[in-house]
Design a protein around this ligand. Structure first.
Ligand SMILES: [Zn+2]
Length: 270
């Protein structure tokens, strides 16, 4: 049985259909404190993924500050803005080129500021190193933030781990995700589309968060079946500009840095 819990499909960034998750009660959905403060507006999905319209109102300030550390690691994990074309809180992220210069996206172009010789060589862009457990926690937090209140209790043990300092040694569930990139295409409209659904059968309970953020596609399955392996299938695209290239990630066994190779060399000049 498949049940859709949240479906937020926003094709145009100019209109913000605001969505608020959670009841306006004194109890925080994460730490369960009854005396917490709620002066910050808590985004259900980080602003660095372009979310400006979905908020979780029962996330307290102290949990919010724990999660902002996780989001800092998530920002190092996701590809640079010249691929994703995502505009975050501080605008489009810069990628710095060794030896000087930077590459970044704008709303309708990819800008390259560099000494002229960049165009005759191969350039490696290195994101800052990230903590796998914090990146996974940032994504898991998104899934829990989008849950309707009555579903949160099922995750209480997972939430205890989420807000603790504990790592994967104390986490008995699979920590899997799939990340897809699409080639930047200036004709594509800005896109934010998020779906959370639940699958339940006799011996299985699984939640799947699926989010499209311009050229970035994230899929996070969470299963209460410890031994389950998730498999991902790519839906064929109609054209190259719509095709997403997926990579499956097991955060318990993954690298801590992403590098991107850009080749400006003209084929005939080699
Ligand atoms: Zn809290």
């Amino acid at each position: 049985m498949k049940e859709i819990l949240v479906d937020h499909n926003q094709k145009n960034y100019c209109i913000y259909p605001r969505l608020e998750i959670g009841k306006n009660t004194s109890e925080c959905r994460f730490c369960k404190s009854n005396s917490a403060t709620y002066s910050n507006l808590s985004h259900s999905l980080p602003e660095l993924l372009g979310n400006k319209s979905i908020f979780t109102i029962n996330e307290c300030d102290s949990c919010n500050s724990i999660f902002s550390d996780f989001e800092n690691h998530l920002s190092r994990f996701i590809p640079p803005s010249f691929i994703t074309q995502i505009k975050g809180k501080k605008g489009y992220s810069n990628s710095f080129v060794k030896g000087g210069g930077r590459i970044f996206a704008t709303s309708n172009s990819i800008e390259i500021e560099s000494k002229p010789d960049i165009f005759s060589k191969e350039v490696i862009i290195s994101n800052q190193r990230f903590s796998n457990v914090k990146v996974y926690k940032a994504l898991l937090k998104c899934l829990i933030s989008l849950l309707p209140d009555q579903e949160v209790v099922i995750f209480n043990d997972v939430i205890k781990w989420l807000i603790s300092n504990k790592g994967f040694r104390d986490f008995k569930y699979p920590a899997l995700a799939s990340i897809g990139y699409r080639l930047p295409n200036l004709d594509n409209k800005e896109l934010l589309s998020v779906t959370l659904f639940k699958e339940r059968s006799k011996d299985k309970l699984r939640y799947v968060l699926s989010g499209k953020f311009n050229n970035l596609f994230l899929v996070l399955p969470f299963s209460f079946n410890f031994k389950e392996k998730a498999t991902f299938q790519t839906i064929p695209a109609r054209s190259e500009s719509e095709r997403f290239y997926f990579q499956e990630i097991d955060f318990k066994d993954y690298s801590t840095q992403h590098k991107f190779k850009l080749n400006f060399k003209q084929p005939h000049s080699q």
